[in-house]
Write a protein that binds this ligand. Structure first.
Ligand code: SF4
Length: 322
């Protein structure tokens, strides 16, 4: 059952030469992106920084206004003014718990804030709910009296997760949830997120650049580059046999313990992602793609192949295996 449908989403940021002048250019941070999320699944959006994945997260929270396209949640079209009421149903866990938790508030106030804002229950209900949720994320009730600076990085991220869970949302967006944590803590937070998803039947959108994380927990994956979709399908299929040259390069670029043992067919991603202010004409990946051809100066269309969607001329012209 579909929980979320995103159709042709566009989020553009205006660039002005003069402070009060009209915009002379637009950064197309998200350009014509479409995807669907099923209830109870973990859907990942991956790409390098600057690919537009976090902008999608903020557009789904109503923090960035969209310039085009539609968002349908539980079968109903969502307009910008609807996001206030939707906040209860769509929650986000940010990458950096240090900057997302108010240092002046005790943990109890931080977790309870959403319930108070949305006027959910009386004081006794809120106290019980907060105690219950803090234990669900693996913290002791003792933690509720503390301030964020008294907690470790992993404990702070557990508070971030508790704050998102307390409103019993239908969708949780995880924006690089383990990126700012020590490696030893990352696995604990990851296991917690998976356990909670299974126990509570949650739906996650995972925003990350970490393909190992995606491979480990997600059902389906969307690969983005310079604001556009490159490939989308089941995670296992994508990781085992990527079709798009960018997906393959991303997978091949994952660090390995012994780089000398790399397979000679691997294609490490080289060069920088172009400026989103001045993206290449046609295929956005063409400046870094070893398969580029004349046709690539035209924008690739969406092609359905092997149960997934891919945007690349290779599959339009000659079905070349990458
Ligand atoms: Fe490479 Fe062309 Fe495919 Fe783009 S469309 S990924 S440049 S082959």
């Amino acid at each position: 059952m579909k929980l979320l449908e995103v159709k042709n989403l566009k989020v553009f940021f205006p660039i002005k030469d003069k402070l009060f002048g009209k915009p002379t250019k637009f950064v197309k941070a998200v350009n014509n992106v479409s995807f669907e999320v099923e209830k109870g699944e973990i859907f990942s959006i991956v790409g390098e920084s600057g690919s537009g994945k976090s902008t999608i997260a903020l557009a789904l929270m109503g923090i960035h206004e969209r310039n085009g396209g539609s968002i349908i949640f539980n079968g109903a079209e969502v307009n910008q003014e609807d996001f206030k009421t939707l906040r209860r149903k769509i929650q986000i866990v940010f990458q950096d718990p240090d900057s997302s938790l108010d240092p002046r508030k005790r943990i109890k106030e931080i977790i309870a804030e959403g319930l108070r804002v949305h006027r959910v229950g009386d004081k006794a209900f809120i106290d019980e709910k907060v105690r219950d949720i803090v234990e669900k994320v693996g913290l002791t009730v003792d933690t509720l009296r503390k301030y964020p600076h008294e907690l470790s990085g992993g404990q702070k991220q557990r508070v971030g997760i508790a704050r998102a869970l307390v409103l019993e949302p239908e969708l949780i967006i995880l924006d690089e949830p383990t990126a700012s944590l020590d490696v030893s803590i990352q696995a604990q937070i990851l296991n917690l997120l998976v356990d909670l998803q299974e126990a509570l039947g949650l739906t996650y959108i995972l925003i990350t650049h970490d393909l190992k994380l995606v491979e480990h927990i997600s059902d389906r994956t969307l690969v983005m580059y310079l604001g556009k979709v490159m490939e989308m399908g089941e995670t296992k299929q994508i990781m085992n046999k990527p079709l798009h040259p960018y997906t393959k390069a991303l997978i091949d670029s994952v660090p390995v313990p012994n780089p000398e043992k790399r397979n000679e067919n691997e294609e490490i991603l080289t060069g920088e992602i172009p400026s989103p202010l001045n993206p290449p004409e046609g295929c956005p990946f063409k400046t870094r793609c070893k398969y580029r051809m004349e046709l690539c100066s035209k924008e690739p269309k969406s092609i359905k192949l092997e149960n997934r969607v891919v945007f690349c001329h290779l599959y339009e012209s000659k079905n070349l295996e990458v």
